[in-house]
Ligand binder design. Structure first.
Ligand SMILES: CC(C)(COP(=O)(O)OP(=O)(O)OC[C@H]1O[C@@H](n2cnc3c(N)ncnc32)[C@H](O)[C@@H]1OP(=O)(O)O)[C@@H](O)C(=O)NCCC(=O)NCCS
Length: 162
């Protein structure tokens, strides 16, 4: 998927490293509470949209050497057969704002396009202006605004893989 990074499935043995990366991104959890915990990471490893199975789920780490740099949770063929959904994406706070997030997302989109997917979808909390800037910068266009379970406005967006 990426020439710069080693990409592999994240497993239970990786939880401490995942937790170390996530817990420093406090700002993200202010927009998307609750704060991360070991238990919430265990749940994230298996969480699925309705109707999907684990064979559709890619909970993966991007490694520079043996250092975890970014985490993605991607669901294939969701919400339709031509589309993949990014449920979570996070970069190590120590290396943010260096273009790494954009590099990885573009590498992921290129790989999905090679696999004949037509779209990538995702969502962010409307008030999270960094997330908004990041996804717009990476070619995602707003689709609609919805209310989440915490009564926050969520912007759903799509990138057409051309
Ligand atoms: C969003 C995230 C994935 C971006 O990763 P990254 O490696 O920093 O991404 P990039 O360096 O490619 O791009 C970041 C851009 O945001 C900009 N930015 C930084 N802080 C910002 C802020 N408060 N408001 C708006 N833009 C901001 C940077 O200037 C940069 O843009 P530029 O390249 O035009 O200068 C990373 O910040 C992260 O993991 N955040 C926590 C988790 C998260 O928010 N995930 C996505 C939510 S749905």
């Amino acid at each position: 998927m990426s020439e710069e990074y080693i990409v592999r499935k994240l497993e239970y043995k990786d939880i401490d490293e995942i937790y170390s990366l996530c817990k420093e991104n406090k700002r993200f959890y202010e927009f998307c509470p609750p704060m991360v915990s070991i238990e919430s990471i265990k749940d994230d490893m298996f969480i699925l949209p309705k109707g999907k199975t684990l064979k559709d789920k890619y909970y993966e780490g991007f490694y520079k050497g043996d250092k975890l740099v970014a985490i993605i949770d991607l669901i294939t063929n969701y919400p339709d057969e031509e589309t993949c959904f990014i449920g979570f994406f996070m970069v190590d706070i120590n290396v943010q704002n260096k273009g790494i997030g954009s590099y990885i997302i573009n590498a992921v989109c290129d790989e999905l396009k090679r696999n004949n997917y037509k779209n990538v979808r995702l969502a962010w909390i409307e008030d999270d202006k960094k997330a908004e800037y990041f996804w717009h910068k990476n070619g995602f266009k707003d689709l609609e605004k919805k209310l989440d379970q915490n009564s926050h406005n969520v912007i759903e967006a799509i990138r057409v893989l051309i």
